[in-house]
Design a protein around this ligand. Sequence first.
Ligand code: MN
Ligand code: MN
Length: 393
Amino acid sequence: MLSTVQGFRVACSPCAAIRPSSRKGRSFQARKAVRASAVQRKTNTGKNGAKYLSTWLLKEELAGRVDNELAVVLQSISVACKEISCLVKNAPIAGMTGVADSTNASGDEQKKLDLVANEVFCRCVADSGRTGIVVTEEEDTPIAVESTSDGQYIVCFDPIDGSSNIDACVTTGSIFAIYSSEQDTCKVDWSADGNDEILEKCLTNVRKSGKELVAAGYCMYSSSTVFMLTVGDGVYGFTLDSGNTGEFILSHDNIKIPEPGAGGQNIYSGNNGNVDLWAPELKEYVQHLQQSGSSYRYIGALVGDFHRTLLYGGIWLYPPDTKAPNGKARLLYEVAPMSMIAEQAGGMSTWGPMADDRVLEVVPQTVHQKSPMFVGSTGEVKRLQAFLAAKKN
Ligand code: MN
Ligand code: MN
C-alpha cells in the first residue's frame, strides 16, 4: 500500500510544477475535485444498493424480481458483451474488419465480426445451461440448446447491431431479448424428438409478442462500453470499467427518457435519405419538426441512435417505406427489446399509420419478421400521433 502512495506522489509531482499558481487556477482545481467526487458518489448508490452488475443481479434476485435462472442468463450475456467489446475495439489490428462472403436470413451481407460475435454470444448463452432456445440474427432458424438443465428462457439477440459501421469504428452494439416460455411445449425431448419436431417446437415457441419479455437490453460499444438492462422494473445502465476492475459498474440508475421542457431535447432521428419513400403525412411531419426548431441527429446504428434518445429525449423513426414496407429492424431481437426498454423508461414505442399501435403487442409469424417503429419520449410520440390524427381528419 505504501509503495502505491509513494508512486502516486512521484507521478503527480511533475503535474504540480505546471499547475497555474494563481488563486483562480487553484480554485478551478478545487471545483473540479468536488465535481468528480459528486459523480463518484452518484455512481455508487443505485436504487437497489448494488455497484456491480453481478451484485445488482443478486439483489434483484433477493427482491424477487428475477429468478436464479434469469440472473445466470443475464450474467452470461454480460460476459459475451465484454468479449465482443474487446473484439470490436481491436478489430482493425486483428484482421477482423471486412466481409465474410456470406449473407444472413434477412439478406444482409455478413461481416467477419458478425460471425465471430455470434459464436461468442451463442457459446456464452449455451454455457449458462439455463437457455432452451436461441434465436440470432445470424442463423436462419432458432437453435435448441442441448446442454441445458431447464431452459425455460428463449434468448434472442443481434450479436452486432450496426455492423455496416464497424470498419469505420462508428458506434455498434449487441441487442438481446429474453422471453419466458412457461408452457412445457418449449421443452425439447432429445431422446424422442426428431430434428423436424425439434425445429417445429422451436419455431412455435419463438412466436412471442413483446408482452412475454422478461428482460431486454443492449450493450453499446462506443467511447465507453455501456450495458443497458431492464427486467421489467425500470432501466439501469452499467459502464464497463475496462482497464481497472473489468466489471460493469452502475452508471445510470433507473433512468427515464426526458420530456421536452423537462430536460429533454427536441431531437428527431431517422434516415432522412428515405423521406421521399415514406407516407406523405410523415414527410410533412418531418418538415413540421424542421420548421418548429427540432434538431436532427442520425448515426444509422439503432443502438447508438436509441441510446441517445433514451438519455437526451426526442424521437427515432423507422416508418415503412416503398423499398422496405415493414422497415428494416427485426421484431424479436431489435424492435421488441428496444420497445420494452423505452416503455420501462417512461417512453413509448408504436407503429401503424396513426402511430398508435403498441409494438409490444405484435406477435411475429416468422423468426426474422421486421417491424416499423416510432420510439421516444411519451411527449414526442404523442406529438406525432396528434399530427397524424389532424392530417386524417
Ligand atoms: Mn441490427
Ligand atoms: Mn447484426
